[in-house]
Design a protein around this ligand. Structure first.
Ligand code: IMP
Ligand code: MG
Length: 176
């Protein structure tokens, strides 16, 4: 059930169509190279699964689990909750997350991958909020630019809830 104060922002259909385009661009860019997709848990859950199927070529899949929004809407200090399984040294990595907000999470994960010897890191986010990022990440691939409001669904949660919703909903109330 969609909570009060939220309205539909992006349908699962729109998301799927955009991920097809992004997968085409990634194939064009990375060609026949060996690619590892690294999803940032938990939010990247559905973006990652839908993106690798749209990518259609064989690729390794791995995960980083990072804590940032501790249950609520405020960003805290980051730490790694679980690390990669594969060795990414010399590999081209596609780093996948649900949303780029301040940029803190993506910068942290990109640096972790580079430290482990990744040959390249291509950051892909389904969403980015229309505001100045505090942590700069060069040339991320962006699915959709959205207003600077809280969103839920398609992997995005609020206090651990609403991740399962197939579509994305945005907070519409004045005071969030
Ligand atoms: P950043 O580190 O500020 O860029 O925040 C990115 C992380 O915070 C993402 O991985 C999301 O999981 C989470 N996040 C940011 N904004 C939202 C939101 O509107 N809804 C749900 N999660 C969010
Ligand atoms: Mg997340």
């Amino acid at each position: 059930v969609v909570p009060d104060g939220y309205r539909l922002l992006l349908s699962n259909h729109q998301i799927a169509a955009r991920l097809e385009e992004i997968a085409d661009d990634l194939r064009a860019k990375l060609g026949e190279r060996e690619v590892t997709f690294v999803g940032v848990l938990d939010g990247a859950l559905f973006v990652l699964t839908d993106l690798i199927r749209a990518y259609e070529q064989d690729a390794r899949v791995d995960f980083l689990r990072v804590s940032s929004y501790r249950g609520g809407m405020k960003s805290g200090d980051l730490h790694l909750l679980s690390d990669l399984t594969w060795d990414v040294a010399g590999h081209d990595v596609v780093l996948v997350d649900d949303i780029l907000d301040t940029g803190k999470t993506l910068v942290y994960c990109r640096d972790a991958l580079l430290k482990r010897g990744a040959a390249s890191v291509t950051p892909v986010v389904l969403l980015t909020k229309e505001r100045q990022q505090e942590y700069e990440i060069e040339n991320p691939v962006i699915g959709f630019r959205i207003p600077d409001k809280f969103v839920i669904g398609y992997g995005l949660d609020h206090e651990g809830k609403f991740r399962h919703l197939p579509d994305i909903y945005i907070m519409d109330a004045q005071d969030q």
